[in-house]
Design a protein around this ligand. Structure first.
Ligand code: PLP
Length: 407
């Protein structure tokens, strides 16, 4: 397949990436999604919008984030060089703000007063609450009661930022019920509200918009790496939950002679319920309004999933990933909890960078590949910082004492 005109050709006018994607919606929401698509297609060609987003990225988010050479970590492994795109240095500590600021600006342009979303671990909620504060929009975040109890610091951050956090007490009181509650809110309020999806998933136009907003990561990284080295990396990699930080990193490299690999969480192992490796173990299906690859249980319903990284435990993946694998351009591999924790401590101790457990999966894969290749270079998207994971890691694994003799 030819990739030089990829962004013009995909998704097609129905929001499809090959046979994946699209919009499977209740009838009353079809016009609302069309409005969002129309508004987006208008503003993404408007120089005023592009300049405003550029200013926000620079002055508020602190972009561009640097590309960093992990000299000590690379030397410990061998001759292959590992580089990080430092999305952990993006304001609020992860890549999620890249699309939340875009979605906020779109809401403002459309004259909406309110943005809503669900959140699991609270990362998306915090990023959206940040965008809402910046743009002066009302913000409501739905969160399961179980998650609220587990994620007190993120709940506090959302509230300090002025968001209305609504506890969801039905069913298992976690992410799935929070999605349902946010969706019901949207059905009632779509005239003055946008439901801001937290990854490159959901009905068209969200996978396209989130990809475009996240592409700033890959565009910057490609330019920065080229300027540093005079050539491109051999391998580009990122962790895959819903697939937003990875798709943003990957798309600008599609037309280059670069191997691209997405890393999914293998959790505790291959059994259903022990991992969230949708691309590796899933099959084609429709869920949450779009067609993609998903993990299903014996009844064809979304399967239970698990990962040590709560940002990765989603039973499906953005439709563009399913397509890019089908056409043979992107490969998908896995890393276990154990490998991720090992990478978490090694990056902390060797480089002074504490990575998010999500991002640690990509670092773990890069370390494994670096050892096999023993030459060349690997560029990793370090999607976020690990402060949010510290309490959990320390309680379960201590302070990484077994790594203390590393030189
Ligand atoms: C949410 C999150 C992810 C996973 O989401 P994607 O949409 O797959 O990028 C990865 N890393 C961090 C730090 C996150 O907060």
């Amino acid at each position: 397949m030819e990739f030089s005109k990829y962004l013009k050709e995909y998704p097609d006018k129905d929001g499809k990436f090959g046979s994946y994607g699209g919009a499977y919606l209740p009838e009353q929401l079809v016009p609302a999604m069309k409005d969002i698509e129309q508004a987006y297609l208008t503003i993404c060609h408007s120089s005023q919008f592009i300049n405003e987003l550029r200013r926000i990225r620079k002055e508020f988010q602190g972009r561009p984030t640097p590309v960093y050479h992990c000299e000590r970590l690379s030397r410990m492994i061998g001759n292959c060089q590992i580089y990080l795109k430092r999305e952990d240095l993006n304001h609020s500590g992860a890549h999620k703000l890249n699309h939340c600021m875009g979605e906020g600006l779109l809401a403002k342009f459309m004259g909406k007063h309110r943005i809503i979303a669900e959140t699991g671990a609270g990362q998306h909620g915090v990023a959206l609450a940040t965008a809402a504060a910046f743009f002066g929009l009302e913000c409501t975040i739905y969160m399961g009661e179980v998650d609220i109890a587990k994620q007190a610091p993120n709940v506090a951050r959302m509230k300090v930022l002025g968001a209305n956090v609504v506890p969801v007490s039905r069913g298992l009181k976690t992410l799935k019920e929070a999605v349902d509650a946010a969706f019901e809110d949207y059905l009632e309020n779509y005239e003055d509200t946008i439901y801001c999806i937290g990854s490159a998933v959901g009905p068209h136009p969200f996978p396209m918009m989130v990809r475009d907003f996240q592409s700033v990561v890959g565009v910057e990284a490609r330019e920065q790496f080229q300027e540093m080295m005079g050539f491109l990396p051999d391998v580009v990699t990122a962790c895959v939950g819903g697939g937003s930080n990875s798709i943003g990193m990957f798309v600008p490299f599609l037309n280059d002679p670069v191997e691209i690999v997405g890393v999914e969480p293998l959790g505790r192992g291959e059994k259903m319920g022990d991992h969230a490796a949708s691309m590796t173990y899933g099959s084609k299906g429709v869920m949450h309004g779009f067609d993609s690859i998903m993990l299903k249980d014996e009844n064809g319903e979304p399967a239970p999933v698990y990962s040590i990284a709560s940002g990765l435990d989603y039973p499906s993946v953005g439709p563009e990933h399913a397509f890019l694998r089908e056409v043979g351009r992107v490969k998908y591999d896995v890393a276990t909890d154990e490998e991720a924790v090992d990478a978490f401590f090694k990056l902390s101790r060797y480089e002074g960078i504490i990575p998010a457990l999500e991002s640690s999966h990509a670092v773990a894969y890069a370390m494994r590949r670096a050892k096999e290749m023993n030459t060349g270079s690997i560029l990793v998207n370090l999607s976020g910082r690990g402060d949010k994971d510290l309490d959990y890691v320390i309680e379960k694994y201590g302070f990484g004492e077994k790594y203390k003799d590393f030189k």
